[in-house]
Design a protein around this ligand. Sequence first.
Ligand code: HEM
Length: 181
Amino acid sequence: MVSSTPAPHYARLSIALHWLMLVLLAAVYALIELRGLFPKDSAERNLMKDLHFMLGLSVFVLVWLRLAMRLSRPTPPILPKPPAWQTGLAHLMHLALYLLMIGMPLAGWLILSAADKPVPFFGLELPHLIGPNPDQAKFIKGWHERVGSWGYWLIGLHALAGLYHHYVVRDNTLLRMLPYK
Ligand code: HEM
């Protein structure tokens, strides 16, 4: 018999993608922030930048699968039900996070294209999205860096909200996203 009770957890694939995305984003940020530990044009610094590009592009590949999972299945309900304003804010935050996961890699790809630099992806070289244009590269890079720093706030607030629900409100918000038997 098929139960009509909504599942208490996200699907296993959604849970796996959520935590994999966290690891990828942490690595993408750490690699680019810590590149300054090595001198310009050193092999180490170039490797860190290449890994930033490739892991960032992996976020771009995986985000579509995440979105498909999110849109094709009902979201497990939070119990007890939070006030409507909190649900609205959470939806806005999720939208902003999806835009970050799509927009940042795309902007990065555009920077390398406009700067006429190779776009590496695990042994492949991806095609340029636009023609060479140093001014455009500079402009998009400015936005990539600006929005990247907003990303710290988005991700930090999202994590804080999850912990607040778990430890203060004591509802199942976080438990729905944890691996289960
Ligand atoms: C979710 C994905 C991504 C995030 C969160 C992200 C974040 C960042 C941040 C925060 C910076 C600025 C660091 C600073 O202020 O010095 C940066 C720089 C940069 N990113 Fe990304 N990035 C992502 C994906 C990508 C991708 C996919 C590419 C290219 C394919 C890329 C290309 C670049 C480039 C060219 C720079 C400037 C590096 C330099 O001049 O040394 N990014 N990124």
